[in-house]
Design a protein around this ligand. Structure first.
Ligand SMILES: *Cc1c(COP(=O)(O)O)cnc(C)c1O
Length: 414
């Protein structure tokens, strides 16, 4: 961006923004600039009414009858199918269940089982820790014959060899926003006979995805980030059709049984994606998740992406224009083709700087060791807010406000 940006330029962008009206569909406190929808999406207004109905009518009045009467029993499939449309999955390839961590365990175990004799789970050291931890736990459980091998993103493709069972990667890196070429990595994995397990936590609802075209084998993703499903919302998973009848999911709960209400003494896997279910889902949270997913589905993914890319470009340009001399470095890729919906800055004093920002109503987050993370959620974020956010950051640096003792105190959740 070569033209100098000012607030008027960004206000004009807001005026021409076709997605602008969607902001009114979310609860957002006045005066707050929310740049953390990548960590916990904002609350859709319609979620209150839906959750109230589930609680006051479906639970309080309907009680156990609501499993049939209000279709509770099909909710995981129904919302899964909607998420499938967002990520380019085919019919019956996605379902909502459990948490991202648990789904990762299930899908990685399933992948390893399909590749007996191969030892390696390939990932990257900067993957989201829970992904690596779950892989470690699974490998320990399997008797230690497998090995978690970590390669830097640029070296992943060359590290894929005939000993790799599964390539387990997060599509958009949680800390840097770096995005893999899913089709390319998957193709490389398949050429070596390996399978892919993609974590879409920072991708679903944020960037266009076409899992079918990419040939992805397995995927998992998060409900409470860009899907706005609410704190602790259930997660989702994807299994390519071609694997569904052969895949063995290690957590064999009754919801994954071919006929749960036959109450048979022995496990028989359901046909299709249902075999990846485990147990009774959290209904209140599921209902809230559906509201969030429905909202994202109202907008063509390409329109969302276009605004997201523009917002990230504007933010990065503003950082360069307004914050020169304050020692911030832009860590995220500048080429949008390799970047998700966030821009991260590194700084030696990231923690107190972020605390000072939050105290002034600009909400991003801190990621160890030195990252200030800013996520862009085109459904409810305006362009002028980017100007204001960077303005507050500049004020905090110029005034030295970040040095106040209150901002040095470490909190449990960053
Ligand atoms: C947010 C996130 C998770 C979260 O997992 P939970 O089981 O929901 O706590 C997992 N993986 C990645 C890459 C994430 O960004």
């Amino acid at each position: 961006m070569t033209t100098k940006l000012d607030r008027a330029v960004l206000e004009a962008m807001d005026e021409h923004d076709a997605l602008r009206s969607f902001r009114d569909r979310f609860h957002l406190p006045d005066g707050l600039i929310y740049l953390d929808g990548n960590s916990l999406g904002a609350m859709p207004k319609a979620a209150s009414e839906r959750v109230r109905h589930v609680v006051d009518v479906e639970w309080a009045q309907g009680l156990i009858r609501s499993w049939n009467q209000y279709g509770w029993i099909d909710l995981q499939q129904r919302i899964g199918a909607k998420i499938g449309r967002l990520i380019g999955a085919g019919e019956g390839e996605t379902i909502v269940a459990d948490s991202t961590s648990v789904n990762l365990f299930k899908m990685l175990a399933a992948a390893l089982k399909l590749r007996p004799g191969r030892r390696i789970v390939l990932s990257e050291p900067a993957n989201f820790p829970t992904d690596l931890y779950m892989a470690e736990g699974l490998i320990a459980l399997l008797g230690g014959e497998h090995e978690l091998v970590l390669a830097e993103p640029d070296d992943i493709e060359s590290a894929i060899n005939e000993d790799v069972a599964a390539v387990m990667l997060t599509h958009v890196n949680y800390r840097t926003g770096r995005m893999y070429d899913m089709a390319k990595v998957t193709e490389r994995a398949h050429r070596a006979g390996a399978l892919t397990v993609w974590d879409l936590a920072h991708s679903a609802g944020a960037v266009p995805l076409d899992l079918a075209a990419a040939g992805a084998d397995f995927a998992v993703g998060c409900g409470y980030k860009y899907l706005n499903g609410g704190p602790g919302a259930p997660a989702f998973l994807y299994i390519a059709k071609r694997h569904q009848d052969t895949v063995a999911v290690p957590l064999t709960g009754w919801f994954g049984h071919a006929d749960p209400f036959s109450f048979e003494p022995s496990y028989r896997p359901a046909t299709g994606i249902e075999r990846a279910l485990v147990g009774t889902p959290p209904l209140i949270s599921l209902a809230a998740l559906e509201v969030g997913v429905d909202l994202v589905l109202e907008v063509p993914m390409n329109a969302l992406r276009e605004k997201s890319v523009r917002q990230a470009d504007v933010f990065a340009a503003l950082v360069e224009q307004e914050l020169a001399g304050f020692d911030f470095a832009i860590v995220s890729p500048r080429d949008a083709a390799y970047r998700g919906s966030q821009v991260c800055l590194s700084h030696t004093e990231s923690w107190p700087i972020m605390q000072a920002l939050i105290a002034r109503g600009v909400i991003g987050d801190f990621r160890a060791p030195d990252i200030l993370r800013f996520g862009f959620t085109p459904l409810y974020l305006g362009y002028a807010e980017l100007w204001d956010a960077v303005g507050v950051l500049r004020h905090i640096m110029e005034s030295g406000e970040w040095e106040q003792p209150a901002h040095q105190v470490r909190l449990k959740v960053t």
